[in-house]
Ligand binder design. Structure first.
Ligand code: Q46
Ligand code: ZN
Ligand code: ZN
Length: 315
């Protein structure tokens, strides 16, 4: 297989795009495409400050690398979840995020959940009894809160995450199976800013996961190979496997599924019936939008964690 641009031996063959490229041209193609998507979906401009949520994995580190190569003002945010699970998951992902920032002379903000809120995610999850033994519900809630808070407090215009096409197609598949209109409405490459919260964007949403793996490897980025141990057996991994089977038989199916959804969304298909932000107001403690009457879910969680701690210290 030869590179379409120079005729040298291709390093990456993308059946879904009927395109094969050598290393050099692939490493040019990815940022070009990312720039195209950033502009097409009006994600941000070169004058805006971008905060990239960095987990130490291939997608978020590649995203940061791409944005910096494209000349955007992009700083990183690492959230230390305190997940060890016998493999030192959080410690290793923190080390790799730090290493990337240091090597590229970039600013990385770090929020350590245990230091800031008293307990690491797995303990917060146990105390809260949310999520049926899995910490993912508490983890997601906490990450969303911290990302919003940091972007707002530090004056960033936009918050960028490294979700790729496989992530987005899996979420879309789940939401479609249950016809969760409220979630479908909110699932797009750009979530506009709202009530003082930064805009949220997903510049990698049209890249296949394997395209991002190829980018990270060919760029020589050092990233954490392991998934979070709690991801094992999750519904989203199951949906990804199902979609991969489909993709295998029909190259491009995943991308078409996602892009057709975006077109339908754009045409207003999901908007007419509901306005999910209409009933939101600021949390009385942290100021982030919530549909609850006073405290948002995150502040209620932290209250519960703090209550449990004082019970223990009073024993
Ligand atoms: S939610 Fe769950 Fe992830 Fe948090 S506990 Fe791990 S798998 S990191 S995206
Ligand atoms: Zn080439
Ligand atoms: Zn709150």
């Amino acid at each position: 297989m030869k590179c379409r641009k120079c005729g040298e031996k291709a390093s990456v063959n993308m059946r879904q795009h009927k395109l094969a490229l050598c290393r050099e041209h692939y490493l040019e193609w990815v940022p070009e495409q990312a720039e195209r998507f950033i502009t097409k979906y009006q994600m941000f401009t070169h004058d805006e400050k971008v905060l990239v949520a960095v987990s130490g994995g291939k997608d978020s580190l590649s995203l940061w690398d791409i944005l910096v190569r494209l000349g955007y003002q992009a700083d990183g945010l690492y959230i230390g979840l305190g997940i060890d699970a016998g493999i030192g998951y959080s410690a290793e992902s923190h080390r790799l995020a730090d290493k990337f920032a240091l090597e590229h002379n970039l600013k990385l903000h770090v929020v350590d959940i245990e230091k800031e809120y008293g307990q690491p995610i797995p303990v917060m999850s146990e105390i809260s009894h949310r999520g049926h033994g899995k910490p993912c519900a508490v983890c997601g809630l906490t990450k969303r809160h911290v990302m919003n808070r940091m972007a707002r407090d530090l004056g960033y215009d936009v918050l960028a995450t490294g979700h790729n096409l496989d992530d987005e197609a899996a979420v879309l598949f789940g939401n479609t199976l249950s016809w969760s209109m409220e979630f479908l409405l909110r699932q797009g490459p750009v979530l506009p800013s709202n009530d003082g919260l930064a805009r949220k964007v997903k510049p990698l949403c049209r890249f296949y996961e394997r395209e991002m793996t190829a980018y990270a490897l060919l760029r020589g980025l050092e990233y954490i190979y392991e998934e979070c141990p709690f991801a094992v057996g999750s519904t989203s991994i199951y949906y990804k496997e199902v979609l991969n089977r489909l993709e295998n038989d029909r190259p491009g199916a995943k991308l078409t599924f996602y892009l057709r959804f975006l077109e339908a969304r754009q045409s207003g298909l999901f908007v007419a019936s509901m306005n999910p932000t209409g009933h939101l107001h600021p949390c009385t403690n942290c100021g982030q939008p919530t549909s609850a009457p006073d405290l948002c879910s995150f502040c209620r969680l932290i209250d519960k964690v703090a209550g449990q701690q004082s019970l223990v210290s009073n024993l």
